[in-house]
Design a protein around this ligand. Structure first.
Ligand code: SF4
Length: 298
């Protein structure tokens, strides 16, 4: 999940000066519309978390005004401390087994045809929270049989039983982000392993699921490294890839090494299509769940 500073009601105020330094294509305003307020109310009423807020997503105005949001299950405290991510780190609260029902309720009331569910890492749990993912998929299916369900999961520390639990619930799209190039893992995702993420995607694909992954650009990777990662992802037969600009959520997080231009993102899209991906979202403000409903037809 790639975070960014924006003004979110009731959340941390934006760091205006930092935003001023950004190139024009990343300067965005976040006025509130009616739909936005409805989503806000529903999320609060159902006591849910969204990655839109916790990762300070730049697309919140657009997505929430379209009546979509990405729910973040398993609480709002993560057991890992990735260098790019603004979600809180610490000891998580007790597991909330009623959460799948409330997510399904929110999805039904929002009338979503494509729901995206992600989570924090819960490495202290034996199954990493996989059973709650599976319960959430089933709860949405029971409530809204025609709603497509996309999950964006952690790596479950590579535990195949846990991954299998989610696969068995048959999400329409299984998304797991590799996030960056392998050379930068120690700085960006110290508790993750590049090969482990590729293996997870491979395991899902082998069992017939549509798979998706994403990387952030601007963390210091080279063009050759980006292309190498795209080739690795195609080698495990992933269907969908997202590429977006990394933005520093706070001064304590990794700095932006480079702003990638919209033209470069367009070029990555062209090269990705040549490699054979079914769908590519590539642009400065692209995030894992950005326009996810439009990718679901692959
Ligand atoms: S791109 Fe995803 S995380 Fe960002 S606001 Fe839209 S749904 Fe939420």
């Amino acid at each position: 999940m790639n975070p960014i500073d924006i003004d979110i009601p009731g959340k941390t105020p934006a760091r205006e000066r930092e935003r001023e330094r950004r190139p024009s294509w990343l300067k965005i305003k976040v006025p509130l519309g009616t739909k936005f307020s409805e989503v806000r109310r529903l999320v609060d009423e159902q006591r849910l978390n969204t990655v839109c807020e916790d990762a300070r997503c730049p697309n919140m105005e657009e997505c929430w005004n379209r009546g979509t949001a990405t729910f973040m299950i398993l609480g709002d405290i993560c057991t890992r401390s990735c260098g790019f991510c603004s979600v809180k780190t610490g000891r998580p609260l007790k597991l909330d087994t009623d959460e799948p029902r409330r997510v399904a309720e929110a999805v039904a009331r929002m009338g979503l045809r494509h729901a995206v569910i992600t989570s924090v890492n819960r490495d202290e749990l034996k199954d990493g929270g996989a059973s709650i993912f599976a319960d959430t998929i089933r709860a949405i299916r029971n409530r809204l049989p025609h709603c497509r369900v996309e999950v964006l999961t952690p790596d479950f520390q590579g535990k195949t039983d846990a991954i299998q639990t989610v696969i068995d619930a048959r999400p329409d799209i299984f998304n797991h982000n590799v996030e960056t190039v392998p050379r930068l893992y120690r700085r960006v995702r110290p508790q993750a392993k590049y090969q482990r993420s590729l293996d997870l995607l491979h395991m899902c694909k082998e069992q017939g699921l549509t798979t998706k992954t994403g990387i952030m650009l601007g963390l210091g990777e080279t063009d050759e490294e980006i292309f190498e990662v795209m080739r690795d992802i195609r080698a495990v037969d992933a269907d969908i890839i997202t590429l977006g600009q990394y933005l520093q959520p706070t001064k304590a997080h990794l700095p932006v090494e480079r702003y990638v231009t919209p033209e470069e993102f367009a070029e990555w899209k062209r090269r990705g299509l040549e490699l054979g991906f079914s769908h590519i979202e590539s642009g400065p403000l692209v995030r894992s769940s950005y326009h996810a409903d439009e990718q679901s037809a692959v």
